[in-house]
Design a protein around this ligand. Sequence first.
Ligand SMILES: C[S@@+](CC[C@H](N)C(=O)[O-])C[C@H]1O[C@@H](n2cnc3c(N)ncnc32)[C@H](O)[C@@H]1O
Ligand SMILES: [Zn+2]
Length: 268
Amino acid sequence: MWICPNCAQGLAIEEGYRLVCLAGHSFDVAKEGYVNLLSVNRKGSQEPGDSKEMIAARRRVHGAGLYDSLAQAMRVLLQESRQPVAAAADLGCGEGYYTHAISEAFPAAEIYGIDIAKPAVRLAAKRYREGHFAVASAFDIPLAENSMDLAISVFAPLDPAQLCRLLRPGGLYLKVTPAANHLWQLRELLYDQPRQHAVESQQLASFELLHEEVVEYTLALSGELLRDVVAMTPYAHRGQRENRNVLEALEQLDLGMAFTLTLQRYQP
Ligand SMILES: C[S@@+](CC[C@H](N)C(=O)[O-])C[C@H]1O[C@@H](n2cnc3c(N)ncnc32)[C@H](O)[C@@H]1O
Ligand SMILES: [Zn+2]
């Protein structure tokens, strides 16, 4: 289902380790199983996307189960939609935690994950062998038009035009964003005058809103996990210096997690 980033023709596997299109453009499959389909003009910087440190912190945080309740809520919502899903894509998949969650919800489906950060895609492909992973931009997705029954975007940038190209009519789109009070205690620590997250509507043109819910829970975090949560977010470099020092020294914090799940159906 991958398409060539140069000419948009379908890519087929050749000799088990290379994807080639009819025009002869070819892309090696890395030993972890992913393929790099990021066109040079989309790269933007030497190492686009999240850094290795952020990705490693995110993997530890997911491994510790801090986002299990979110993944569970996503699975339940998708299964309750009763949508038949034969192919699904995770746009901005990071190290693959939610790509795996959708493969659990739809075990027979072909699952695709893309992210612009190569180290993230490498980790995802290595662990989640059931998925197909590529380094690619969410603004130039190397998947065929009308090919997906479901797309998800979890805390990642999205291009609505690309989403419409990808989804078949009637296909589902699940977006997860931080809700107003997400990580509130962290913001209280970092800022003298903390503010709530600005929450923007995720409703897209040509989509029917099916369901919206806020998932909230509180975690009792060790200092170590707290610092991993900070390292995987934009808070890694924010807040006044004295406040950061307090954060660095904390041994425990009750931290509120709050997410908005928005499920929409593509109705062109
Ligand atoms: C906050 S992380 C979320 C990752 C994953 N969805 C998760 O929740 O674990 C945002 C991700 O978007 C990726 N990203 C940033 N810009 C991107 C782009 N233009 N195309 C694809 N991915 C992008 C980053 O590399 C990063 O992995
Ligand atoms: Zn080509």
